[in-house]
Write a protein that binds this ligand. Sequence first.
Ligand code: 3PG
Length: 307
Amino acid sequence: MTKVLIATDKPFAKVAVDGIRKIVEDAGFELVLLEKYTAQSDFVNAIADVDAAIIRSDIADKEVIEAGKNLKIIVRAGAGYDNIDLAACTAKGVVAMNTPGQNSNAVAELAFGMMVMAARNNFDGSSGTELRGKKLGIHAYGNVGKYVALIAKGFGMDVYAFDPFVSKEAMEKDGIKCLTSVEELYKTCQYVSLHIPANDKTKKSINFELLSSMPKNACLVNTARKEVIDEEGLLKVFAERPDFKYVSDIEPGCKAEITEKYTGRFFFTPKKMGAQTSEANVNAGLAAAHQIVKFIKTGDKTYQVNK
Ligand code: 3PG
C-alpha cells in the first residue's frame, strides 16, 4: 500500500493532521506520523519505506532523501524549501514541491504583531509610537509581502516595496509605491519587513550598508530566514545606532550578544512561529496531501520546485 509520512519536528495542529489523514486514507493510502522527533536518525528511519513525505522546516538533506528507498515525492507544507536538498531529490528522481501561499496570512500577521510590539517598546509600560503615517518597506512582494501590504494599509502606513520580479504596474494596482533598488527601499523606509527566500544570492545580503542607511528609529522585521542577515553587520548597526530595533521570527546566531547588550531593542520568537496557526496548518497541510494524492494518481507535478 502507498505510504505517506508526515515528519514534523514542530507538529501541525490536530485538526490539520486529521484532515491530512482523511485525504490520504480516502485515496486508499496509509498515513505514517512522526512528530516532535528528537534525533535526525528518527526521520531517516521513518522515511525508509514510505512513498511520499510531508514536512515543514524539517531538514531533508541528502542522507534523508537517499534513505527513502521508495520515495517518489516530498512536499514542504509551506513556502521556503531551503531545507530540502533539491539536487539529491533530482539525482534520485524524487519530485520536491512546496505549497505556495497557503500559510502567508499567518506569517504576515506575525510580522505585524512584532512590528506593533517594537513600536510599543515591547509593552514595557513606556510611551511608544504609532505605525500610522510611517513608511513601511516590503522587501519582496510575494505571497506574504502582499498580505503585509494589505494589513499595513489598514494601519494607515505609507507602503513601499522592492521586488525585481514584480512589475511597477502590479504594485501600483495594489496601492503600493514601487522602488527600483534595494538601497532605495532601506534608505526610504523606517520599517522594513523581509520576505526574501534564503538562497545563494540572498544569504547574508542584508548587511551593514543597507541597515545603517535606514531612517531614524529604524526597525527591521524578519519573518523570512535568519541566514539572509549578515550578523556581523547587524551587530555593528546595533552598536552604532541606539535607535535601531530588530524583531525576528527565529533567534539569530548572535542572540547572546544582542540579549546581553541591547535590552528593549529586539524580540525573537523561541521557535519559528510565523506559520504556527491552525488555519495555516490546515491550509498548507491539506494542500500538501492533495498534491501528493494528485501526483501519485495522475502524475501532476504542479508546484514542483526541482525542475
Ligand atoms: C515557510 O517557509 O513556509 C515558513 O517559514 C513556515 O515554516 P514552518 O512550517 O516550519 O513553520
